[in-house]
Design a protein around this ligand. Structure first.
Ligand code: ATP
Ligand code: MG
Length: 248
């Protein structure tokens, strides 16, 4: 059975609630979601709103790598749910997929409240998350992979990203898919997006590997812009402080 992807229907409750006025244009259709630039409604604190609309479950190309599953179990609080997820029953799978969007919402709230450079989550609907739009009416802020920076500017961006990675780790959160594709440059400020796969490194046995990969990805980006930093040393030092409870 295929379910039609109908972004207008998905966004209708947010229009009714005054968060959204009109869809201006589609920004990008990604693996799990399509992002739209919209004019905010009377309730929106910002004039332009990004609406991330998730695809229906069966047509998504999930980041469903087993690597991510462990750290998401903590979202499932009730015993039946936890057992079903662990047993990989169809109920468990539907719980996991159904909470994918709720997980992104929760992670964004925790990180934003703690002062991380992530968009402020504004509203949640069954299939969509709203946040301030980074960019303007003609284009979205560019992802890091699309910008050319001199070494000094790239070094400042890298420092900001490493500070954010450290803050997230202190909040028991590893992004898990951090790359120049999931970081937007808003003026000179890097903003991290796209959190459905974020994991709790205390609960996911791949937490350390995912953390190291995130650090390597941002250091490799910086290296291309003339900034030499040892990803291995930085990751090892941060992880050691995390394990010893010395972050923060
Ligand atoms: N707040 C925002 N403001 C402006 N553009 C945004 C915003 N959030 C997301 N985008 C744009 O939408 C794209 C997709 O967003 P996101 O990465 O969250 O979704 P995704 O479905 O996981 O996509 P992908 O599979 O490409 O990673 C981003 O690369 C970016 O270009
Ligand atoms: Mg993305």
């Amino acid at each position: 059975m295929s379910v039609e992807f109908d972004p207008c229907a998905a966004l209708a409750p947010l229009v009714d609630d005054g968060w959204l006025d009109t869809i201006l244009y589609e920004v990008k259709s990604g693996k799990e979601a399509t992002v739209f630039c919209c004019r905010g409604g009377s309730r929106s604190p910002v004039p332009l709103v990004a609406a991330k609309v998730y695809r229906p479950l069966e047509s998504r190309r999930f980041k469903n790598d087993a690597m991510y599953i462990g750290g998401r179990v903590h979202m499932a609080r009730a015993g039946r749910v936890k057992r079903a997820v662990e047993a990989k029953s169809s109920f468990g799978r539907s719980v996991q997929y159904g909470t994918w969007i709720a997980h992104e919402w929760e992670v964004m709230n925790v990180l934003h409240d703690a002062g991380a450079s992530v968009p402020q989550p504004l509203a949640l609907a069954e299939q969509a998350i709203l946040m301030p739009f980074l960019g303007d009416e003609s284009a979205a802020a560019p992802p890091l992979h699309a910008v050319q920076l001199d070494p000094e500017a790239a070094g400042a961006v890298l420092d900001e990203l490493l500070w954010n990675i450290e803050l997230m780790l202190d909040l028991d959160c590893v992004h898990g898919d951090l790359s120049p594709y999931n970081i937007l440059l808003d003026g000179d400020r890097p903003v991290v997006i796209d959190f459905p796969q974020a994991i709790d490194p205390r609960l996911n046995r791949n937490g350390h590997a995912l953390f190291c990969r995130d650090v390597e990805n941002v250091c490799r980006w910086a290296e291309k812009h003339g900034v030499q930093r040892s990803a291995g040393r930085i990751a090892a030092e941060l992880w050691q402080r995390f394990v010893m409870g010395e972050l923060g």
